[in-house]
Design a protein around this ligand. Structure first.
Ligand code: PBG
Length: 340
């Protein structure tokens, strides 16, 4: 094209023809072009079950979260459901610990009792159970220990599978292994099928990192390792490609949903996993990530509502279909209020 003709054409690219601010002038315009909007039904609330009745033990490091006996757990789960939250993820907290974590699969264990209470009172609520041994072993590791004090992968599989079956028998809709043993998804899938629980789904903590952000959780669950750390089985934080390998393996072993954990500090991993699988992707906004926002807000350093919603929106924007978060109920209510 001759230069003199080009000069007479209207400019269609670049400032001042392009003004990005036009789409930001009013809340109506911003809402119209908004790309990501977390839905309350995507949120899953983690809950801590203890034995007894009328028991509520607030967790210092997780403001707003308490360990609850089944009766109170049902009440809080009902409030979560009424706020539109998509499901709950249950952890058991108990003093009944031994080397083999045998209370993890007791028919009358804390999680099993809590699941029964929830499914009786709220049959439509999606109940997911964490499958791990760390809260039930006296050494606090996620599997059984071998002779050298290290976690024995293969020996742990049967106990994890037995635990998952006990959760299914109590009525869990989804079991979520968080132990990071290799082969546990396959072991759990075949044990569930053999016991007649073909319809119970597996949400695998596929890419679970050895993170410093689990600190407040370990206070809540009393599950800190007595010796050493979890670096021999949880993933090394610098690795992202490895997360995709973990996800592919879990998918091949029969996982129905996969998870990345933590969430907010691993947005790139969520995106990589989203692109690598067609399965629903969950992301766990973990205790430390929640506690950071709460603590700063308590000091008046952050606005809790907008900071928390910004983090949760980022996790969804990165590609998560499900966000597991201690802020589930508040966030669900804030979203409803924003829509009004
Ligand atoms: C159990 C488990 C942990 C979390 C979920 N399941 C702790 C850990 O691996 O040490 C952490 C959740 C959180 O920090 O919110 N293995």
């Amino acid at each position: 094209m001759a230069p003199e003709i080009a000069d007479t054409m209207p400019r269609t690219g670049g400032f001042p023809a392009v003004r990005h601010r036009r789409l930001r002038t009013t809340e109506g315009m911003r809402r119209l072009v908004r790309e990501t909007a977390p839905r309350p039904s995507q949120f899953v609330l983690p809950m801590f079950a203890v034995a007894g009745e009328g028991v509520r033990q607030p967790v210092d490091a997780l403001p707003g979260i308490a360990r609850l006996s089944p009766d109170l757990l049902v009440e809080e789960a009902r409030a979560a459901r009424d706020a539109g939250v998509g499901g709950v993820l249950l952890f058991g907290v108990t003093d009944l610990k031994d080397a083999d974590g045998s209370s993890a699969h007791a028919a009358d264990g804390v999680v099993q009792e809590a699941v029964r209470a929830l499914k009786t009172a709220l049959p439509d609520l999606v109940v997911i159970t964490d499958v791990c041994l760390c809260g039930y072993t006296d050494h606090g590791h996620c599997g059984l220990l071998g002779g050298g004090g290290e976690v024995d992968n293969d020996a742990s599989l049967a106990v994890l599978a037995q635990t998952a079956v006990s959760h299914a028998r109590a009525g869990a809709d989804v079991v979520a292994p968080s132990d990071m043993m290799d082969g546990r998804v396959a072991a759990i899938r075949s044990a569930l099928d053999e016991a007649g629980y073909e319809d119970v789904a597996i949400m695998s903590y596929s890419a679970k990192y050895a993170s410093a952000f689990y600190g407040p959780f370990r206070e809540a669950a009393g599950s800190a390792p007595g010796h050493g750390d979890r670096r021999g089985y949880q993933m090394d934080p610098p690795n992202a490609r490895e997360a995709v390998r973990e996800v592919r393996e879990d998918e091949a072993e029969g996982a129905d949903l996969v998870m990345v954990k933590p969430a907010a500090t691993y947005l790139d991993v969520i995106r990589a996993v989203r692109e690598a699988t067609g399965l629903p992707v969950a992301a766990y906004h973990v205790s430390g990530e929640y506690a950071m926002v709460k603590a700063a807000a308590e000091r008046g350093w952050l606005d809790e509502r907008s900071a928390m919603l910004e983090v949760l929106t980022a996790v969804v924007r990165a590609g998560a279909d499900i966000v597991i978060t201690y802020a589930a109920v508040d966030a669900a209510r804030w979203i409803h209020e924003g829509e009004r």
